[in-house]
Ligand binder design. Structure first.
Ligand SMILES: Nc1ncnc2c1ncn2[C@@H]1O[C@H](COP(=O)(O)OP(=O)(O)OP(=O)(O)O)[C@@H](O)[C@H]1O
Length: 234
């Protein structure tokens, strides 16, 4: 199987200037690979650096040390120090990301948010709408809500629209930051089924799953991240 994501010796620290220069080693010497069709879970205690690692892979956080390579358009591309235009191209065609919270343009109906993601690589708009309807139905979003913007939806409903949008976009690599947080048992199972569907389609997934049952249901490998260390600046 093709390696889609390769991290070697990745590190990241934050200097808290307003806290007397305390340095937090958020991620220290992290290495992992994720192959097509495989789900790698990031484990470790709260604050260990799991979300920071995902944000570095997605290009939201600068990579201080080491290498993050992503297979994009047939060759491996280095994310550390990459030009923002390269990062945008990788996000447009290769890298999907489901964050913990839904962030959307105001006043856009839920069905359009998901259909837009399904259609963003071109193709039939009707088919994109059908895919959006399939995902919203699977994720138990009542049809009466589809035409409404999600701003007034419950926390769980917003998270399900977020998951529907993330899974509608067809990317060969998918990053998942706690996709089942604030979901009930039935909807957690739907997300497990959607992850399984993506794996079968050959998508490489790197995810954070606090729920141990979900992690064991989807993960082929668990990479443990050790607790963060802190040091005072000299
Ligand atoms: N933008 C930031 N600025 C300063 N410190 C940060 C920033 N982002 C993360 N950190 C710090 O880095 C450490 C790792 O945070 P991170 O969110 O990656 O952990 P996590 O393992 O995902 O935690 P959780 O499981 O609780 O979500 C924490 O101590 C956090 O306070």
């Amino acid at each position: 199987m093709t390696t889609m994501v390769r991290l070697e010796g990745v590190s990241k620290s934050f200097t808290l200037h307003l806290r007397g220069g305390v340095v937090i080693d958020a991620v220290h010497d992290l290495s992992l690979t994720a192959k097509a069709g495989e789900c790698v879970a990031l484990g470790g205690p709260s604050g260990a650096g799991k979300s920071s690692a995902l944000k570095m892979i997605y290009g939201n956080y600068r990579i201080d040390g080491g290498s993050v390579r992503i297979r994009h358009d047939g060759s491996e591309v280095e994310m550390a120090g990459a030009d923002p235009r390269v990062i945008m191209a990788i996000r447009a065609r290769t890298l999907g990301y489901v964050s913990q919270f839904l962030r959307v343009i105001p006043r856009v109906p839920a069905i359009d948010i998901v259909a837009e993601a399904a259609a963003d690589r071109g193709g039939d708009r009707e088919a994109a709408r059908d895919e959006a309807a399939r995902l919203l139905t699977l994720l138990n979003i009542p049809e009466r809500l589809w035409a409404l913007p999600p701003a007034t939806f419950s926390g769980g409903e917003q998270q399900r629209v977020n998951v529907a949008r993330g899974f509608a976009a067809r990317r060969p690599v998918l990053l998942l930051d706690e996709p089942t947080a604030s979901l009930d048992a039935a909807n957690k199972q739907v997300v497990v089924d959607l992850i399984t569907e993506k794996k079968q389609a050959g998508v490489a997934i790197i995810g954070i799953f606090h729920d141990a049952e979900i992690r064991s249901a989807v993960a082929d490998d668990v990479v443990e991240i050790a607790a963060v260390s802190q040091k005072e600046a000299a």
